[in-house]
Design a protein around this ligand. Structure first.
Ligand SMILES: NC(=O)C1=CN([C@@H]2O[C@H](COP(=O)(O)OP(=O)(O)OC[C@H]3O[C@@H](n4cnc5c(N)ncnc54)[C@H](OP(=O)(O)O)[C@@H]3O)[C@@H](O)[C@H]2O)[C@@H](O)CC1
Ligand SMILES: [K+]
Length: 493
């Protein structure tokens, strides 16, 4: 009986190896685990691809190939037509993969004799967790042929060619219709481009005890309401508006007010009790003409801001969307350094020449700064991390959070949220059409609303990102930033 487990845990290939060792150390039979894994693959192949005229199992030299041999045996036992091809050397004698190969009782043909044909379903068991270098040309040619013929691919653990730690493609990869992985998701299943290449993902329990998984899993999870739900204030009519927080959003000049208004209205729709747009005098008219529930306050200078900040009920701030004046942004951030702040867009770019000035101002006390960079903005503050090819997007976000003492929301279709303490989340509910003009402004306002309500910065960011993806899905294809705000769902008890 197959069960899906650890629904939000993400485990790196290195942690998986440690779990594997711990399982063996506790007396679990590693061949039994492979048997469970390979049998699950065979069963899923039979169930999900009834149209197959032939199952072609491509086995690599390691344990990923071992799973393939078990799957082949399982499918053959059910009467399916199965062809088996082996890449490279035979598996090391005495290991589980060698045992699986002999138990399979089918002689594999050499990999380079495989000719794909119409009606084939490919079971890709070439490389999984042990994928260590770019695929060679022989393999790449087969991958390209299979893709060109649009043959369904069921990948074991990961589409071969995808790096499980980073999600990067090394050389070439299969594009799977389905991927069957074991114990928990790996980063490569969620980070781009890996996520796009996995197809539907099955996470299978192969019998490793939960205590061993928990002992070796790190602080990385998929972003779901389970992560932040307990911290979220359940909003109802009985909660006084001041208890739901007061969010302030800084507007740009008279010709660039729209972004801040989007953030402000998103903040209100996300549950902030009060939202005030802090606007330059010259932009008051433009802003006033468009606002109803959002309040308006003229703030032009550092002095005016300093006076306003005496009101401690203003519980969070958003600075950056189309703000424009980077010098003014730097001055405002200094005044806001002991407050809860979402820094986005121009607010991030303002510190490109000396990021340490920003980081130092938030170095002590509780984590209260959330930054929401896209790739370009990230590179402006963290050039070395952005350029280091050895780092995954998760590694980059965590290192940036540690350095800046801020929660980092590293945006993209695979947004990563990282806390200075090393916790991280990968978000996966964003529809492709969410990448549209103004979408980032809406996100900044949503995170600001959660901060204003008093949620810890990490959970506030996670809740904002998840609800943003949820609203995008509800708004549907063809959405605009305005319809996105309208689609923000209230939090339910
Ligand atoms: N963890 C668990 O609990 C369980 C894990 N299970 C399964 O084990 C899998 C991990 O097995 P694994 O560690 O043997 O690694 P795997 O992916 O087979 O690759 C290693 C081989 O490929 C080779 N190789 C690498 N790159 C290459 C390239 N570009 N081109 C050519 N060759 C290349 C590499 O060569 P080497 O680098 O050593 O020279 C080595 O020979 C995991 O994904 C899952 O399916 C299940 O059985 C259930 C229990
Ligand atoms: K594979």
């Amino acid at each position: 009986m197959m069960r899906a487990i650890h629904s939000s845990a993400i485990i790196s290939p290195a942690q998986m190896t440690a779990i594997d060792r711990a399982a063996a150390g506790s007396g679990l039979d590693s061949f039994a685990l492979m048997n469970a894994a390979g049998s699950a693959v065979g069963e899923i192949a039979l169930r999900r691809f009834p149209q197959a005229l032939r199952f072609v199992v491509l086995c690599g030299p390691g344990n990923n190939g071992g799973d393939g041999y078990i799957a082949a045996r399982r499918m053959r036992a059910s009467g399916a037509c199965v062809a088996l091809y082996a890449l490279g050397d035979a598996p090391a004698a005495g290991g589980d993969a060698a045992r699986a190969r002999s138990a399979c009782a089918m002689a594999p043909a050499a990999f380079d004799t495989f000719v794909p044909r119409s009606g084939d379903v490919i079971v890709d068991a070439l490389f999984g967790a042990g994928f260590s270098r770019p695929v060679c040309e022989d393999v790449a040619v087969v991958m390209r042929k299979v893709t060109a013929m649009d043959l369904p691919v069921l990948s074991v653990d990961l589409p071969s060619g995808v790096d499980g730690r980073t999600g990067a493609v090394r050389g070439e990869s299969f594009t799977a219709a389905r991927t069957v992985t074991f114990v928990a998701r790996k980063p490569g299943h969620l980070l781009l481009p890996g996520r796009m290449l996995c197809g539907a993902l099955d996470v299978i329990d192969i019998g490793i005890p939960r205590r061993l998984v928990d002992a070796h899993a790190g602080n990385l999870r998929k972003n779901t309401p389970a992560v932040w739900g307990q911290e979220a204030m359940v909003l109802n009519a009985a909660v006084h508006k001041y208890k739901r927080g007061h969010l302030a959003v800084f507007s740009g000049g008279p010709l660039s007010t729209g972004a801040a208004r989007l953030a402000a209205s998103a903040g209100l729709a996300s549950g902030a009790g009060l939202v005030t747009l802090a606007s330059p005098e010259l932009a008051l008219q433009a802003n006033a003409a468009h606002l109803t529930a959002v309040m308006l306050k003229a703030i032009d200078t550092a002095e005016a801001l300093e006076t306003w900040l005496d009101d401690r009920r203003i519980s969070a701030f958003v600075l950056g969307p189309a703000f424009g004046d980077v010098e003014k942004a730097r001055g405002f951030v200094t005044l806001l350094r002991d407050r809860r702040l979402v820094l986005d867009a121009d607010g991030i770019t303002a510190f490109r020449d000396d990021p340490a000035v920003l980081f130092d101002q938030f170095a002590t006390g509780p984590t209260r700064l959330v930054m929401t960079p896209h790739d370009g903005e990230f590179a402006r503050l963290f050039a070395d991390l952005a350029q280091d090819p050895a780092l995954s997007k998760i590694d980059r976000a965590i290192a940036a959070a540690r350095r800046s003492h801020a929660v980092i929301v590293f945006k993209g279709a695979d947004t990563v949220i990282a806390d200075p303490d090393g916790r991280a989340l990968v978000n996966a509910n964003a529809p492709p059409w969410l990448a549209t003009a103004g979408s980032g402004d809406v996100l900044a306002g949503m995170i600001g609303a959660h901060l204003a309500q008093g949620m810890p910065a990490f959970e506030a960011a996670a809740a904002g990102v998840w609800r943003h993806g949820d609203a995008g899905t509800l708004a549907g294809e063809g959405m605009t930033a305005e319809t996105l705000v309208q689609a923000i769902r209230p939090l339910h008890a």
